[in-house]
Design a protein around this ligand. Structure first.
Ligand code: DOR
Length: 439
């Protein structure tokens, strides 16, 4: 027999309400009941007291915002569940304030079929944490040659297509993919890497790669593909999205295409906004990532592009790897770092440093990604679905093996103290994470 889950109403009292959709920034209460926001604003909780049916949270000093949306996570299920499975990945997601997570198709087997898409959807539903949205492959086996059956994949629940981890290299294939995707109105998400220019490359090409004697990965490898794809997307009048944009050149190309109303969007990861190639010194495999960490000039350009809206979304590129993938020679190490749980706390530093306004940061974690993949626009508004995050911007905590919900711990931020924590995450009115319980 199915147990009926009783969810108490929730009142967040005296919080700072931040809603990127309306631009609202005010102190007030948020009352959640029956999965929706019943009332938000000054006096919304007036006269209400805690009871068996109402939980009241003192929100002083806290921020409430729409729950976050991640366009780019690797969950490793099916195939490499010892690194992450969908349930552990979604636990990490809600601990990071995410209510929607899009997952990349480079699983084993690759998500290029209805069967795998359906499996991912079913696993996501049964985890009952954040909502999960599969991104299916552009080409069969991510091999770059034969297009997948988008009609079938879309039908099974795919929200977008990408060969992430590999670039759709052939212009003919990318052109067809864009034309085909247009008929289904889904975006094509490109991992922009000219593999001719990155063969054998291990890190960004520059002074550090020379010093370490590692083969360099030039910026042009990304810029060339982004430029080509913008031309193809313009002609095809299709939605084109740049995954993990990392170079100043790619940011410039995207800005130029946007200025001509090409339907191009872009995301940036926290690590490309915060770390540069010097982090790799000491052959630190936890800083090996694809695309590689760039230079301070790129970081400046990425921050500016985020602030001015050239970059639409922040995406984690959460890429769990086992110790055996990282505790090896640099050349052998697998690229990637985890990011779901630390994304927002890490990026609050950019707000404190004045690089990005708080509302803009929240917009890039909510509205921006929703628009890229066509999810309902998140809002903190009377009657809206109660997908919310409660943030304590002052709390200090240390990223530790014991604090991480992910099965993998491959992050260079391990051991670091962060300021800003996710206190609580609500999905459709249900509390799916509280920091108090996690501690
Ligand atoms: O660093 C990365 N790791 N970049 C990618 O594009 C793929 C990802 C992975 O799957 O590990």
């Amino acid at each position: 027999m199915l147990a009926t889950v009783f969810v108490r109403d929730l009142l967040l009292r005296d919080v700072r309400i931040l809603d990127p959709h309306s631009g609202r920034d005010e102190r007030g209460d948020v009352l959640v009941s029956g999965g929706v926001i019943r009332a938000a604003g000054k006096g919304a909780g007036h006269g209400l007291a805690p009871s068996d049916t109402l939980e009241v949270v003192d929100g002083r000093g806290r921020i409430v915002a729409p729950g976050f949306i991640d366009l780019h996570a690797h969950m490793r299920e099916p195939g490499e569940e010892w690194k992450e499975d969908i349930t552990s990945g979604l636990r990490a997601a809600v601990a990071g304030g995410f209510v929607d997570v899009c997952v990349m198709p480079n699983t084993k087997p690759v998500n290029d079929s209805r069967a795998v898409t359906e499996l991912i959807v079913a696993r996501g539903r049964s985890a009952a944490l954040a909502r999960l949205h599969p991104i299916a492959a552009v080409t069969r086996g991510l091999a770059g040659n034969e297009l997948t059956d988008l009609s079938e994949l879309r039908d099974a629940g795919a929200i977008a297509i990408s060969d992430d981890g590999r670039c759709v290299h052939k212009s003919r294939v990318m052109r067809r993919a864009l034309q085909y995707a247009r008929t289904f109105d889904v975006p094509v998400i490109q991992h922009a890497e000219d593999h001719d220019l990155t063969e054998g490359a291990e890190m960004h090409e520059g002074a550090v790669s020379t010093r370490l004697g590692l083969r360099g990965w030039p910026r042009e490898a990304e810029d060339i593909i982004v430029a080509r794809d913008c031309i193809l997307a313009e002609e095809a009048r299709s939605r084109y999205h740049v995954a993990h944009l990392s170079t100043r050149g790619a940011a410039r190309i995207v800005a130029e295409a946007k200025s001509r109303n090409v339907a191009v969007t872009a995301e940036v990861t926290p690590h490309h906004l915060l770390l540069d190639h010097e982090s790799v010194l000491g052959y630190r495999t936890d800083c090996k990532v694809n695309p590689p960490l760039r230079e301070s000039g790129d970081i400046e350009a990425l921050r500016r592009a985020l602030a001015d809206g050239t970059i639409d979304a922040i995406a984690t590129d959460h890429a769990p790897h086992a110790p055996g993938d990282k505790d090896v020679e640099f050349a052998e190490a697998r690229p990637g770092m985890i990011g779901l749980e630390i994304c927002a706390p890490l990026l609050l530093k950019l707000v404190r440093d004045g690089a990005v306004p708080l509302m803009r940061l929240l917009s890039a974690l909510t509205l921006g990604p929703a628009r890229v993949v066509g999810l309902p626009l998140p809002r903190v508004h009377d009657g809206a679905r109660a997908d919310l995050v409660l943030i304590d911007p002052e709390a200090r905590w240390r990223v530790g093996r014991d604090t991480l919900q992910s099965k993998s711990q491959n992050t260079p931020f391990l051991g670091q103290e962060l300021q800003g924590a996710i206190d609580r995450t609500l999905v459709e009115g249900r509390t799916v994470y509280t920091r108090k319980e996690a501690l």
